[in-house]
Write a protein that binds this ligand. Structure first.
Ligand code: ZN
Length: 478
């Protein structure tokens, strides 16, 4: 009798232990361990470049000035930030949260902490958990220092050196305005696009952070479904900034199995109230519309944003060196460039090579007086000449004085059919007339590859030799 009763009690104790283990908010076993990538920059560098990019972003994007909405998003953000695992906390970082009056379902965060959540994202989310999911994903890119890790990996030290040294000058320029047309805003775009590996890490750390904050990590997976559903499974918005790793949905849900949360936050009255409040506003423009309007927004008084001081290019530069240095860009381009020119990447799809003194910032825009720009753009047309026309039209929108001075000539780019055309422009920083050459060819994907050369009209002869050498050295491997 006694024995049997004892056994039953013992069994009950075992049962309770099992239940206790599974009911623990965040069991630590079986979670995926995330580690940092190698990084040549300090956490303080993250803060610095993020601040630059943030101040540029805030001039280009309309920030919703609604204290009730901002406070709410800030509260959710704080809750997530305090739940980032200790090994990914950085005392230097200053997280803050702003709402952008744009309708795309998107959000982004910059190195060191600034985060921007689109109104469209808050309106599309089906619960606070889904909104928190995207925010946790973004915070994870920041906490894992993906922006500077990416620059380290790509050996684009000069990019960040550029940002740290010459202000936001590298975050724009002609190619930037082209990308702006596609619905992405150009500023800081370098920090917005990551590899699938980084995306998976942000998903997993995002899920872990959500669970620690009392959210159901499955809501992160659900949010990706919501985004897919609302953007027609297609391009633009969050999914184009965040390439989807294979089995993203399944992978997050798998991680969620190890992250039990008791009574997760799902719908909150606050969330419903904020959504209703936002729906009362007139419809927000899309990011593409905002970029096309070209409107600049003044810095918020007393806010963290601020206008970058102008630092226009001097426009006096050294003669191109006869020694060349090789570069590999976007995983498809190999090119040789005079070794006294610097590599200045302005985002994932465009890079400049330019001599000292030939680049800077004017009216909040990157300006180049001498150099070459390479990039890849997606066009509607698959016909080389029509695609080149499209590119020219978008260039002309950002440069009022740009004029085509001749027709198209056939040329060869890495052994393929290419087109070349000459244009004239007036440099907005120096006021000097300049000659621009646009050379294009098509990639196997159908995207348009371009090379743009720029030099002041009186100096084209000094630079033409270097430009032809550069063009001849181009090797495309796609
Ligand atoms: Zn991402």
């Amino acid at each position: 009798m006694i024995k049997s009763s004892f056994r039953r009690t013992q069994r009950l104790v075992v049962w309770l232990t099992v239940i206790a283990v599974f009911a623990m908010p965040v069991p630590v076993f079986a979670q995926t361990k995330i580690t940092y990538h190698s990084n040549k920059f300090s956490a303080q560098d993250d803060v610095k470049v993020g601040r630059q990019a943030a101040s540029e972003a805030e001039q280009q994007l309309p920030i919703l000035r609604d204290a009730e909405v901002t406070d709410y998003v800030e509260r959710v953000g704080r809750r997530l930030v305090s739940s980032i695992p200790a090994e990914f906390q950085h005392p230097e970082f200053q997280y803050y949260f702003k709402v952008v009056n744009a309708s795309d379902i998107n959000a982004f965060a910059l190195p060191g902490g600034p985060m921007y959540v689109n109104r469209g994202m808050i309106e599309a989310a089906r619960s606070e958990g889904e909104m928190a999911g995207v925010m946790a994903h973004e915070l994870s890119h920041v906490a894992l220092r993906h922006g500077t890790a990416q620059a380290t990996k790509a050996q684009k030290y000069s990019l960040l050196a550029g940002i740290l040294g010459i202000g936001g000058a590298v975050l724009g320029g002609p190619a930037g305005s082209i990308l702006g047309q596609g619905g992405q805003f150009a500023v800081g775009a370098y920090f917005l696009k990551f590899s699938r590996e980084y995306e998976t890490e942000a998903d997993i750390l995002g899920a872990q952070t959500m669970a620690r904050a009392g959210y159901d990590p499955k809501d992160l997976a659900n949010m990706f479904r919501t985004i897919e559903g609302q953007s027609g499974g297609g391009g633009g918005g969050f999914l184009s900034d965040h390439p989807s790793p294979a089995n993203r949905y399944a992978r997050i849900n798998q991680e969620a199995q190890y992250l039990r949360v008791v009574n997760p936050v799902r719908d909150t009255r606050d969330f419903d109230r904020i959504q209703a409040r936002l729906r009362g506003y007139p419809k927000a423009p899309t990011t593409a519309q905002i970029m096309q309007s070209g409107q600049r927004y003044p810095a918020e008084t007393g806010g963290t944003g601020g206008r970058n001081p102008d630092n226009p290019p001097r426009g006096r530069v050294e003669y191109p060196s006869s020694r060349y240095r090789n570069y590999t860009e976007f995983g498809l381009l190999r090119v040789s460039v005079p070794d006294n020119w610097q590599e200045i990447a302005d985002n994932n799809n465009s890079v400049w090579f330019s001599p000292q003194g030939a680049y800077g910032q004017y009216n909040g825009q990157a300006v180049f007086t001498h150099g070459v720009n390479f990039g890849v753009v997606r066009t509607q047309s698959r016909n080389l000449q029509q695609a080149t026309d499209e590119l020219l039209n978008s260039l002309a929108q950002g440069n009022r004085n740009l004029r085509q001075s001749g027709g198209y000539q056939r040329t060869s780019v890495s052994g393929r059919n290419g087109l070349m055309t000459t244009l004239t422009n007036v440099n907005e920083a120096t006021g000097r007339p300049e000659t621009i050459t646009l050379i294009t060819t098509q990639l196997r994907s159908g995207d348009l590859f371009f090379m743009i050369t720029v030099a002041p009209q009186g100096e084209t002869r000094d630079f033409n030799n270097a430009f032809s050498n550069i063009l001849r050295s181009v090797r495309l491997n796609d």
